[in-house]
Write a protein that binds this ligand. Structure first.
Ligand code: PEP
Ligand code: MN
Length: 357
């Protein structure tokens, strides 16, 4: 008796369903095997066992599928099974959103960063003198800015360039910030200086050149103040996130990320501002994500549109360099804004309505 097309299709539907159930039953067993292998610490992929299974299947294959097709189909099932085992045991990073869905909010002397609160960090590239710091601090205070930056340990490309005032610079920064009621951030380049940082500043900056200085990251993981980690000059986002994980796994959960431009072939900017890093880092991690418009562009004329783009992309803050007399600055003279230029930038940011404050 021959079947109608409808009847045959009905049968196929039934077989599809049985196959589906069997595949999932198989998947459950695969998962249990994955559990055992995880406990034993043996690799999930076992090529010898896989080949034995394929040989047995082809030996018992009654057709009409050819052996090669049977192998192909089962190979796909094996791949999907291995993926399932790996997915089950994928390590979730402490900094990942999967691990912690709610955004981390960092409190710096009463200024909240993250979770809808944005911060503007401004100040000179390097701490140079009391007078320089006081002029900037006063302008920041008038503008309602709460966090002042200033480098005391400067990792310079050339050993003959100004290396920063070191500990003296940190002391100066603290003294002036206290006078004006500001919080401070400064770069630390040596693991042994973390305790010094806790004494004099409110946020430790780890610079782009040190993003993968693992001993420094580990030391920052033991600090009890927040850390702002800069993206390396040629770091992928994966490397950036793993660098942040070094700090978090050491016990310091107060980590912030900052995109500061990456090196590309483009010459009109000092680096290339990777705006896509902002939504991606916010999606993948729960950490506040900031954008440094000065180091990413190396210019003064396009900071407002870049800052707006960063904020529109979801950035939790902006960093910009300001110097009372940029032409005489001991580092990054070309990119530092003078005070009126900074005030203009800040006005523009506030007027954009993108900065929640
Ligand atoms: C800085 O912020 O002073 C600095 C040196 O930046 P980066 O590490 O991003 O080059
Ligand atoms: Mn600089």
């Amino acid at each position: 008796m021959s079947h109608t097309l409808e009847e045959l299709r009905e049968k196929l539907n039934g077989i599809n369903h049985e196959l589906l159930m069997l595949l999932n039953e198989r998947a459950e067993i695969v998962r249990s095997i994955g559990e055992i292998k995880e406990k034993q610490g043996v690799p999930k992929f076992d090529p010898v066992r896989e080949r034995a299974m394929l040989e047995e299947l082809t030996r018992k294959n009654p057709g009409p599928f050819k052996d090669a097709e049977v192998k192909h189909i089962f190979k796909e099932i094996f791949i999907a099974s291995l993926n399932l085992q790996e997915e089950d045991h994928k390590r979730q990073l402490l900094v990942s959103r999967k691990k912690q869905p709610e955004s981390t909010v960092i409190d710096v002397q009463g200024t909240l960063i993250g979770g809808g609160s944005q911060v503007m960090i401004a100040g000179p590239c390097s701490v140079e003198s009391y007078e320089q710091l006081r002029t900037v601090a006063s302008a920041l205070k008038d503008a309602g800015i709460k966090v002042m930056r200033g480098g005391a340990f400067k990792p310079r490309t050339s050993p003959y360039d100004f290396q920063g005032l070191g500990i003296e610079g940190l002391k100066m920064l603290k003294e002036v910030a206290d006078e004006f009621g500001l919080a401070t951030i400064s770069e630390i380049v040596h693991p042994a200086h973390i305790e010094l940082a806790e004494q004099y500043i409110d946020i430790i900056q780890i610079g782009a050149r040190n993003m993968q200085n693992f001993e420094l990251l580990k030391a920052a993981g033991e600090a009890n103040i927040p850390v702002l980690l800069k993206r390396g000059i040629a770091a992928t986002l994966e490397e950036f996130v793993h660098a942040a994980e070094y700090i978090a796994v050491g016990g310091n959960s107060k980590v912030m990320l900052i995109e500061r431009g990456i090196r590309t072939y483009e010459k009109w900017t000092r680096n290339t501002l990777d705006i896509s890093a902002v939504p991606l880092l916010k999606q993948e991690t729960h950490l506040p994500v900031l954008v440094d418009v000065s180091h990413s562009t190396g210019r003064k004329d396009i900071l407002l549109p870049c800052a707006k783009a960063a904020l529109a992309a979801g950035a939790d803050g902006i960093m910009a360099e300001v110097h009372p007399d940029p032409q005489t600055a001991l580092s990054d003279a070309a990119q530092q804004l003078d005070i009126p230029q900074f005030q203009q930038l800040w006005e523009g940011i506030l007027q954009s309505g993108l900065f929640a404050k």
